[in-house]
Design a protein around this ligand. Structure first.
Ligand code: 13P
Length: 257
C-alpha cells in the first residue's frame, strides 16, 4: 500500500511565500524515500509555478478543487482539463470546506471525481463527519453515505485510482486531533466499505487522515494499520513541519511488516 503525505495549502500564501515554500520542499526532495509520495496543493494562481518548480522531483502537484464540466459558461471556475493542461496530476474533491461554504453535495462531488478520472487525474476524495454527528453516534453512517453518494457509481478500476482522505470536520484547524483509535476505527470502516467492491480496491486505495495533524501527533496516527499517510492543512504551510511529516511517514512505512 502506498503512503502519501499531501499538503492542502487552502487559501494561503502569495506569489513570494508560495515560491519560497515550494523551493524549500524541492531542496529537500532528493532525500525523500521512495516509500512516501509527496503531494502539494497550492492555490490555483500558483499551480503553474509549482509544476515548473517541482519538475524533475518526485513531488506531485494537486489542485484544491475543480469544476465538473469540461468547459463553458461557468464564470470563475476551473476545469480538470485546464488543470491537466498545465501539468497538475491530482485534485482534492469534496473537502469539507467546499461542502460547507460552497454547498457541494455528494452527487456533485461524484461528478468532479468522474471528470478527474476521465482525464487521468488522481482524485483525493474527502469525507468526514461534523462534531454533532460524532456526538450523536452517526459518524460511521455519515461517512458511509458520503462514500456511497459520491463514489458509488465507479467501476473497481476507477476506484483503484482514487485517494481517500478521512477528515473529521471537528478536527480541521481546531487543534483537536482524532485519537489514534478514532482514526483507526474510521479508516477500518472505510477500508471495509472499499472491500465491498472487492479486495483489490481495498488493497489499492490509500486512506489518509486529515485534521490538525502535525509533527507532534503524526507518529501515532501514521502507525495505525489503515492510516496510509495524511492530508495536512496548517502544518503544510511551514516547510520544516511538512518535511518532518514526510520523514515520520517514511519511518512509519519502513517499520511496517
Ligand atoms: P488542518 O491540518 O489545518 O487541521 O487542516 C486539515 C485539512 O483540512 C486538510 O485538507
Amino acid at each position: 500500500m502506498r503512503t502519501i503525505v499531501a499538503g492542502n495549502w487552502k487559501m494561503n500564501t502569495d506569489r513570494v511565500s508560495a515560491a519560497a515554500l515550494i523551493d524549500a520542499l524541492v531542496k529537500e526532495s532528493a532525500s525523500f524515500g521512495a516509500e512516501v509520495e509527496v503531494i502539494i496543493a497550492p492555490p490555483f494562481p500558483f499551480l503553474g509555478m509549482a509544476v515548473e518548480k517541482c519538475a524533475g522531483t518526485t513531488i506531485r502537484v494537486a489542485a484544491q478543487n475543480c469544476h465538473e464540466a469540461e468547459k463553458g459558461a461557468y464564470t470563475g471556475e476551473v476545469s480538470a482539463t485546464m488543470l491537466r493542461s498545465i501539468g497538475v496530476q491530482a485534485c482534492i474533491a469534496g473537502h469539507s470546506e467546499r461542502r460547507q461554504y460552497f454547498s457541494e453535495s455528494d452527487a456533485r462531488i461524484g461528478e468532479k471525481v468522474a471528470a478527474l478520472l476521465a482525464l487521468g487525474l488522481t482524485p483525493i476524495f474527502c469525507c468526514g463527519e461534523k462534531k454533532e454527528e460524532r456526538e450523536s453516534g452517526r459518524h460511521f453512517d455519515v461517512v458511509t453515505e458520503q462514500m456511497k453518494g459520491a463514489l458509488g457509481r465507479f467501476s473497481n478500476a476507477e476506484l483503484e485510482r482514487v485517494i481517500i482522505a478521512y477528515e473529521p470536520v471537528w478536527a480541521i484547524g481546531t487543534g483537536l486531533t482524532a485519537s489514534n483509535e478514532q482514526a483507526q476505527e474510521m479508516h477500518a470502516h472505510i477500508r471495509a466499505l472499499l472491500h465491498t467492491h472487492g479486495a483489490s480496491v481495498a488493497d489499492h486505495v490509500p486512506i489518509l487522515y486529515g485534521g490538525s495533524c502535525n509533527p507532534s501527533n503524526a507518529e501515532g496516527l501514521f502507525a495505525q494499520t489503515d492510516v496510509n499517510g495524511g492530508l495536512i492543512g496548517g502544518a503544510s504551510l511551514v516547510a520544516e513541519h511538512f518535511l518532518e511529516l514526510v520523514r515520520i511517514a517514511s519511518d512509519s512505512k519502513a517499520s511496517r511488516p
